[in-house]
Write a protein that binds this ligand. Structure first.
Ligand code: COA
Length: 286
């Protein structure tokens, strides 16, 4: 992977109106970019996100994707006007057509994304924003960011797979409490409940996210891809199936790994005695 200075993305194909992408040293910073609307996700933003995730997945200069928001918001959720009210009276097939790109990027693409993803929650995070938040592999929030499952406050259930995302990360009591009360909570509380990995002061958020992304960039990308897929799949399997899956997945990763990382690691530990796998990564070539 080549490292390079900041650049706008993509350089020529088209202008993104609702999403900003900057690529810096292997990290793609993808910002939902409607700060005046608290980065509410409208259909054209969702369309752009599908195209952007698609493009970044095959961009060899990108090793990690960070999802965040411009201004003081991660995202105020689905756009209540453009995604709900404006579409509600359309024929059903047209509603689906307009809404499909939301599901497509917010969980279908992110859950199976081949590069590691980090959600960086810089501020407001409501409703539908929980879906991409949880579908990203890791999440770091500003301690004082405000989260909320506000659907109950305007007479909706947490659809768009929001509830699925909540149940995948929070325990039943916490999920039930916040789904039924709609009470907002802080980034600190989100960390305590396991909704995000860490909560840090807003002033440190980008530095901490960068450090985590750099740590991921230092790992063998083929193995990382296998490992994150395995974390998601094994959860659904029983012990027998899981053992079978992991054995096969490990064989697949070994076969596909152009670095031959496993053999290199064994040589460096057993023969060269140049590293200790318990404390850090093997020396990668190139
Ligand atoms: N959909 C559509 N528009 C939204 C929006 C959403 N989810 N969230 C914010 N906006 C718009 C507001 O309508 C307003 O637009 P306007 O300037 O044209 O009037 C603008 O963003 C700023 O919102 P405002 O409420 O004035 O900002 P705030 O900083 O005082 O409050 C929030 C921020 C996020 C607390 C508040 O906007 C809010 O409650 N949003 C809805 C959250 C929600 O329930 N989301 C679930 C959707 S699935």
């Amino acid at each position: 992977m080549s490292t390079q200075s900041t650049r706008e993305y993509p350089q020529s194909e088209r202008d993104w109106k609702y999403v900003k992408v900057e690529i810096e040293n292997g990290i793609a910073w993808v910002s939902l970019n409607r700060p005046e609307k608290r980065n509410a996700m409208n259909p054209p933003l969702n369309d752009e996100m599908v195209e952007i995730l698609d493009a970044l997945e095959v961009d060899e200069s990108v090793g990690v994707v960070v999802l965040t928001g411009s201004g003081d918001s991660f995202s105020g959720g689905m756009d209540l006007k453009e995604y709900f009210r404006d579409l509600d009276d359309l024929p059903y097939a047209q509603q689906i057509r307009k809404r499909r790109s939301a599901w497509q990027w917010q969980w279908r693409m992110l859950l199976r994304y081949s590069k590691p993803t980090i959600a960086m929650v810089n501020g407001w995070c409501f409703g539908a924003a929980f879906t991409p938040l949880v579908a990203c592999d890791l999440a770091i929030a500003a301690e004082d960011a405000t989260f909320g499952l506000s659907e109950i406050n305007w007479a909706m259930l947490p659809g768009g797979n929001v509830l699925q995302a909540v149940i995948a990360t929070m325990n039943l009591r916490d999920a039930m409490y916040y789904v039924t009360t709609g009470d907002p909570f802080t980034g600190r509380k989100a960390m305590e409940m396991g909704l995000v990995n860490e909560a840090v002061p807003l002033a440190d958020l980008k530095d901490r996210t960068t450090a985590l992304a750099q740590q991921l960039l230092s790992k063998n990308p083929t193995v990382l891809r296998g490992a994150k897929a395995a974390v998601r799949q094994v959860k659904r399997l029983d012990w027998e199936a899981s053992d079978e899956y992991l054995t096969a997945k490990n064989a697949q990763v070994r076969l596909l790994d152009p670095e031959g990382g496993r053999a290199a690691g064994l040589t460096q530990f057993l023969d060269e005695k140049s590293f200790r796998p318990g404390l850090g990564g093997y020396q990668r070539n190139g």
